[in-house]
Structures are given as C-alpha cells and as structure tokens.
Design a binder for this molecule. Structure first.
Ligand code: NAD
Length: 466
C-alpha cells in the first residue's frame, strides 16, 4: 500500500517506520524543516529501542521524508494524521494542528483516499474532519475518514506498534475499512513476526492482535477512556498509598494483594509521584471536557487529576520534612524523563518537582540516562548535569529518585552513602526495599510506606495533605 503519515513525532515517526517495516511504501511529512533535514540525514530524533535500525533498513527504499504535504499525499491510498493535539489552557484538546492539516489535505486530494485519525482526539472529531474537508473544497466522494487510535507506549513504541494487544478501527464505510485491513494484514495474520530480521516479539505479546472494528465515535472514545482508566488506576493506588502512610501499612504489600486479583492485575498499580507525559494529563482533561460538551459531568476524572497533582505536593513535603530547610541544599536528582525508557520530559512529574525545588532555593545536580538533552533545553544552566548517578550523588544533601529507570534500582548503596553528605534518600518510585536501605545506613523515604530514619528520628508533623 502507499501510505502518507503526517507528523514525525513519537507516533508519526514510529508509525511511518513500522508501516515501511510491514512492506508498505511510506512518506512521512513534517512541517518542521530541521527535523525533516535531520531525518533525511539518517538521524533519529527520539530515543526508542529498534527505531534507528528500522529507519535505516527502509530509508531511501520504501520510506522517505518530506516537508511537502501536498506532493506527498497525492500518490497515497491512506493518509495518517499523527500531529500533536496538546492541551489548551481550558483543558480541551487543541485541534488546530489537525484542522490545519485537514485544510491542506482538502487542496491536495486528487483521488479517493482514506484519511486516518491517528492522533488522539475527542469524540466526534472524525465528523469535524469530514466537514472541514468538504468546506475546504474536497468532494465528499473522494475520501472517507477513519479513526485508528494509537496505543503505543513511549519506551517500547516500536515493539508495541508491531505487536499490539489490539488494533481499533472506527470506519463508517466498508471501502475504508478494507484499506485499513490491508494495511495491517501482516500483523493480523501473524506473518510479520516470521520475517528474517523482524523486530522480535516481546515476551508475553500475542502472536496476532485482536482486530476491533467499530464506529468512528466508539474508536475515538476507546482511546480517551483507555488513558483515563489507566490514569485512574494510578491515582487510585496513590490515594491508597496515602492511607497506608497514615496507618503504617505498606503499599507494596497492599498492591501485591490487590494486583493478584485477576480481575484487577498488577499493571499500573505502582504508587509514586503520579502520572505525567504527553498523554495522560492532556487526555484526562480532554475526555472530561468532551464529556461536558456532550452534557455529562465526569466528576470521577476531576478526582483523578486532583490526586495526581496532590501526589507531587506530598512528595515535596517529604523532601522538606527530611531536610528541614531547603534553601541552599544541594540535591541529587535521579531521573528527569516522565518514565523509564524514554527521553520525553513533557509533563514529567520529575521536571515539575525540580522546578519547585529550584523555586525553593535548592541546587540540583541531575542525571537521567536518556533525557538530559531535553532537560537542558528546559533548564539550561539553572541545574547541574552529572555523568552518572554516583557523580550526581557526590556531596549532595540528599538523593531523590524521580524516574523508575532500571539502573536506579540497582545502585551500590554503600557507595551512595559514602558519596552523600547526609545519608538521605527520597524515592518517588518505590524502587527499593526499605530493609536494603536501612542495611546500607540510609534514611529512606518512599511512597505509601513508613519512613525509615536511621540517623535521627524525624519530628512528627501532619503527614496527609488537606
Ligand atoms: P509530537 O509533538 O512528538 O509530534 C507531532 C509532530 O507533528 C511534530 O513533529 C510536528 O512538527 C508535526 N506537525 C504539526 N503540525 C504539522 C503540520 N501541519 N504538518 C506536518 N507536521 C506537523 O506528538 P506525538 O507524541 O507524536 O503525538 C501525536 C499524537 O498522537 C497526539 O495526538 C498524541 O496524543 C497521540 N499519541 C501519542 C502517544 C505518545 O506516547 N507520544 C501515544 C499514543 C497517541
């Protein structure tokens, strides 16, 4: 198939590379000229496992990059829109990038095309795209609009795309539905994984995804409801963690008990400093907003958001409690990305915590295995950047773990204690057993578990926020 992908961000670039990997002829379009120049020069602008290899395998053969939407879409049978849909100041999804692409498409469509919504958008957006194409001069018979939400996770985006749990396609016409079936055929029949050199199937991934065909509105709702549900699971367990702290229970024990219920499962039941990233915060807000527009007040989502915000404040309060005063304190920060496996710092809880600590007069020495470049673009020289976790810890008044990178879960704790000025660790991701920290002689403060103070007892103050 001939496919155009508009947008070369985390979703667009991965989708373009993976469609090429499935044997299609792909052109990936972006209006960011510098990004396209870098891609053409063989650079991979984001950090994702397998992405560089897959891009290198297809670039110049069945994958190309362009800044010209008009010429790129002319030969395509399907056009995937994968531009950003950021949160507007009111909490609604800002659909101006989608609309701008639609206006350009209307001028360029020269024969029947399937226009595919890959970006995460509020319910009924496909109807708006259809209307906009017609209003901007594209004959109705020349296109169909399909919703095909993307469920990849940053950090495992290529594997997620090629071995998804399910593919959801919301098409109103059989003709368009067939185009999408053809595009995904190598995944649906399981043939992709048997190709020599195929990206390996992750452990536990199904050989064939479930293919779910729905109405466009249902497909749009699946994506928002899915992200809102996962965010709710995180806020729920964080709320339980706060109760644990108040009664000296252990959230890890509680999670083991809850997650072992097969109706619930262990995933997304990790207490910590809350969710972040470019999707959950904006999608919770956009879903709440879309529900309101259609007459329903989704108050559960207000609580999900509020608990998430509160979680960062509670962690900051722990930092203050452990260090007494913050002004002038040098803090080692491990992790800046919003989660492990990615360089993405958008809406990262770690970034927000660092900003608050800077505001309170702390000096920050940070290390992240992948997100330092993106963090530098935000903080410039207002923080120090270390070359590894141990260099960051040297002489610091405390060590803070803010992202759940695997390597932060296996630090040499004795060495850390020797490097730190004070033996204080605040773990926003519960990467350690409190006993291991105690054995290494470190005061350990985590989430949903009693603090273990080795050096001196900490004066008791109210622990739960108002
Ligand atoms: P991104 O910001 O990384 O990339 C968007 C790209 O679109 C940018 O490179 C930008 O230059 C380009 N662009 C904007 N307007 C354009 C135009 N008119 N023509 C051509 N290119 C244009 O965004 P992303 O993280 O890839 O997300 C894209 C969409 O996918 C969003 O709706 C997001 O919610 C959704 N999504 C993201 C993820 C994720 O993990 N990042 C997962 C699933 C779904």
């Amino acid at each position: 198939m001939r496919v155009a992908v508009i947008g070369s961000g985390y979703v667009g670039l991965v989708a373009a590379a993976c469609f090429a990997e499935l044997g299609h002829h792909v052109v990936c379009v972006d209006n960011d000229h510098a990004k396209v120049a870098a891609l053409k020069a063989g650079k991979t602008p984001i950090y994702e496992d397998y992405l560089t290899e897959v891009l290198a395998r297809h670039q110049g053969d069945n994958l190309s990059f362009s800044t010209s939407l008009g010429t790129s879409v002319k030969g395509a049978e399907a056009i995937f829109i994968a531009v950003g849909t950021p949160m507007s100041p009111t909490g609604d999804a800002d659909l101006s990038y989608v609309e701008s692409v639609t206006r350009e498409l209307a001028k360029s469509i020269n024969s029947y095309k399937v226009v595919v919504e890959k970006s995460t958008v509020p319910v009924c957006t496909s109807a708006w795209i259809e209307r906009s194409l017609v209003l901007n001069g594209c004959p109705r018979a020349e296109f169909d609009v399909v919703s095909n939400p993307e469920f990849l996770r940053e950090g495992s985006a290529v594997s997620d795309f090629l071995y998804p749990d399910r593919i959801v396609v919301g098409a109103a016409s059989q003709r368009a539905a067939q185009v999408l079936r053809d595009i995904y055929a190598p995944l649906l029949d399981g043939s992709y994984s048997s190709h020599t050199g195929a990206v390996p199937r992750p452990e536990g991934a199904k050989p064939k995804p479930r293919y779910i065909e729905t109405s466009p509105q249902s497909a749009e709702l699946v994506k928002h409801a899915c992200n809102a549900f996962l965010a709710m699971k995180i806020s729920f367990i964080n709320a339980v963690a706060n109760v644990c702290e108040a009664v000296d229970a252990d959230i890890e024990e509680v999670c083991l008990g809850i997650g072992s219920d097969t109706r619930i499962g262990h995933r997304f039941l990790r207490a910590g400093i809350g969710y972040g990233g470019s999707c959950f915060p904006k999608d919770v807000a956009a879903f709440r907003s879309a529900a309101r527009v259609h007459g329903y007040k989704f108050e559960l989502l207000d609580a999900v958001h509020k608990i998430n915000e509160q979680q960062r404040q509670l962690f900051l309060r722990k930092v203050r409690m452990a260090l007494w005063t913050l002004k002038g304190k040098r803090l080692c920060v491990l992790g800046l990305a919003f989660k492990d496996g990615t360089d993405d710092v958008r809406e990262s809880p770690a970034i927000q915590i660092v900003q608050s600590l800077l505001h309170e007069g702390c000096e920050i020495v940070a290390f992240d295995p992948a997100a330092m470049t993106n963090a530098k673009a935000l903080f410039s020289d207002s923080i120090f950047y270390a070359t590894d976790a141990y260099a960051a810890a040297e002489g610091a008044d405390a060590l803070l773990i803010l992202t759940e990178w695997k390597e932060f879960a296996s630090l040499d704790l004795i060495r850390i204690r020797e490097l730190l000025k004070y033996p204080i660790v605040l773990d926003g991701r519960n990467l350690y057993a409190p006993e291991a920290m105690a054995k290494a002689g470190l005061d350990y403060h985590s989430v949903g578990r009693a603090a273990r103070a080795i050096s001196h007892p900490i004066p008791v103050q109210a622990r739960v926020a108002d």
